[in-house]
Ligand binder design. Structure first.
Ligand code: HXC
Length: 516
């Protein structure tokens, strides 16, 4: 017995050392934590339970039989975040670059370790968080490691919409180590030490002769502001893991669970007088929609997603009376709040996440329409804009919409209008709901008077009187009520409370065919 215990301790020690002291030091020198240290920050203290610590690979090519490290470069198991169950894997870059092995389909190896916790997560209906720090498929294993990744991809797909999947990119990630995250719901990155690319700068140079740094090709800035692959980036390992803990509190454990309700220290009856003057007198003067979101949120807490991409639309999570709400809002500060290709894609994906996981959706509308022009048309704004239309129309979760100012044209329809099964559609007194703005409208319907500025001015006034208000829509029942801006928090919180037991379903189908 004593002998076994000694062996156990020795094996554990070996596993904890990963790829060895030198490589651990190199990891620390780059400002990165080790795979195990990361799990300690992510999970509640002493909550981590490890699986398969002694698993090794089964590859005999390229001298691999001498490079067997217990755990095989990935730490897997489960734990809790603020008391709620989560399955985790953390790739260990010090062991063969965290590369993924699958030496033999029937033996448990690195890929099988990840698959095992993914299967358990789906069976036990809890989220999966992957800490990725990996060079992708293990080169020495050839097609066997590709098969391993395909097993992971298959599970990412089957788990999608059943349990939330979150990826954190914490080092240079390539190949499967970026495609698997791409199939998950959210990707968080670490600034200046994490990279995502299908092929790294060396291959890019060899194939295209293009010289590019890892940071330019696949750093956090590139993926949060240009490609939109990543949802947020933070300064270092500790901050990103703390933010993932904060994020985790907003989401449910699975698609039939409700998001957690947190204790609130903010009265739901709080009114915000300053909102009465948020919208400027001049309809063409921008204002910051984020101010509205923050002012109505419990304790002013807004977890913004894709902050640096398509800034003409804001998406993220807040709580109202302790319960999670997904927010989508046009941002008049950027492109006057117009919808375009990028903002439609960004918001559509967010709406679909909320709908898949029963998170109610709050929409703030100030949109002059879709952005016109050849670059948008050639880029397929019709198809991309339709994504958002489709996402809102199919969503069956509670939907509350507030029009703060402009709701023009097709964009009015898109932004969670009554016609797309909006439950509560409110307008502020400053709302203008019309096919288009006054200037454009009179120039079309009074084309004969184009040379007469006096006449045009009269036509504009008549048009504004008729349409630059919420009443035409309210008369038709498309707006449920005109509410005072200062009361927005209370009114929407009450609306969502009344929708708590909402049941709505779509016609039976295999799956829909959203315009991808
Ligand atoms: C085996 C690997 C490896 C891999 C890195 N290593 N990637 N071992 N298989 N895929 C090992 C290195 O040999 C080295 O071992 C250690 O990890 C650290 O790697 P370095 O190159 O020294 O580190 P760094 O300079 O930081 O560069 C990291 C990197 C680079 C950018 C990830 O290693 C790299 O480009 N690797 C290959 C990426 C790749 O092309 N992967 C295959 C993808 S195909 P020692 O012993 O020196 O510590 C794929 C298919 C999936 O994944 C399907 C997609 C649809």
């Amino acid at each position: 017995m004593e002998n076994i215990l000694q062996q156990l301790e020795k094996r554990r020690e070996e596993a904890r050392l990963g790829g060895g002291k030198k490589r651990v030091e190199a990891q620390h020198e780059k400002g990165k934590l080790t795979a195990r240290e990361r799990l300690e920050v992510l999970l509640d203290r002493n909550s981590f339970e490890e699986f398969d610590m002694f698993v090794t690979h089964n590859c005999t090519d390229f001298g691999m039989e001498t490079q067997k490290i217990p755990g095989d470069g990935v730490i897997t198991g489960w734990g809790t975040i603020n008391g709620r169950l989560v399955y985790v894997f953390s790739q260990d870059f010090t062991v063969l670059g965290g590369s993924l092995s699958e030496s033999h389909a029937k033996k448990i190896c690195n890929a099988k370790k990840i698959c095992k916790i993914m299967d358990m997560a789906v069976q036990n209906r809890a989220p999966v968080i992957g800490l990725n720090d990996s060079g992708g498929a293990r080169i020495q294993e050839g097609v066997a490691s590709l098969a391993g990744y395909a097993e992971v991809f298959k599970r990412n797909t089957l788990a999608s919409g059943v349990v939330p999947q979150i990826s954190v990119i914490m080092g240079p990630c390539a190949g499967g180590a970026v495609y698997s995250p791409a199939m998950t719901d959210f990707i968080f990155m670490v600034k200046n030490s994490s990279y995502m690319f299908v092929t790294g700068p060396d291959v890019v140079k060899a194939v295209t002769n293009e010289v590019v740094t890892a940071e330019e090709l696949g750093g956090a800035k590139t993926h949060t502001s240009k490609s939109s692959v990543a949802d947020a980036a933070y300064d270092n390992d500790i901050i990103v893991l703390k933010q993932v803990r904060r994020f985790f509190d907003f989401i449910p454990l699975n698609n039939t669970d409700k998001s957690p309700t947190l204790e609130v220290f903010d009265s739901i009856n709080r009114s915000e007088m300053s909102l009465d003057t948020l919208v400027p007198e001049n309809p063409n003067t921008p204002y910051d929609m984020k101010e509205l979101i923050i002012k109505i949120a419990d304790e002013n807490d807004f977890f913004e997603i894709q902050k640096e991409f398509a800034k003409n639309i804001l998406v993220g999570f807040i709580r109202l009376n302790g319960s999670t709400v997904g927010v989508v809002a046009n941002q008049p500060m950027v492109l006057a709040g117009c919808l375009d290709i990028d903002s439609s894609r960004k918001a559509a994906r967010f709406v679909r996440f909320c709908d898949a996981f029963e998170i109610p959706i709050l929409t703030f509308v100030d949109v002059p329409g879709f952005l016109p022009g050849t670059s948008q048309e050639y880029g397929g704004v019709i198809k991309h804009g339709a994504k958002l239309l489709f996402a809102y129309a199919e969503a069956t979760v509670p939907k509350v919409t507030v029009i703060t100012r402009k709701a023009y044209g097709g964009a009015y329809d898109v932004m969670a209008s009554k016609h797309l099964r909006g439950d509560f559609n409110y307008a502020w007194p400053t709302a203008e709901i019309a096919v288009m703005g006054a200037k454009g409208a009179v120039e079309i319907i009074h084309r004969a008077d184009l040379g007469d500025s006096g006449k045009l001015e009269n036509h504009r006034k008549v048009y504004e009187e008729r349409f630059a208000n919420p009443f035409v829509a309210a008369e038709k029942g498309f707006i449920d009520e005109v509410i005072m801006p200062r009361n927005t928090r209370r009114r929407i919180a009450r609306a969502f409370a009344s929708l708590r037991n909402k049941k709505l379903s779509n016609p039976l189908k295999k799956h829909d065919n959203i315009p991808l």
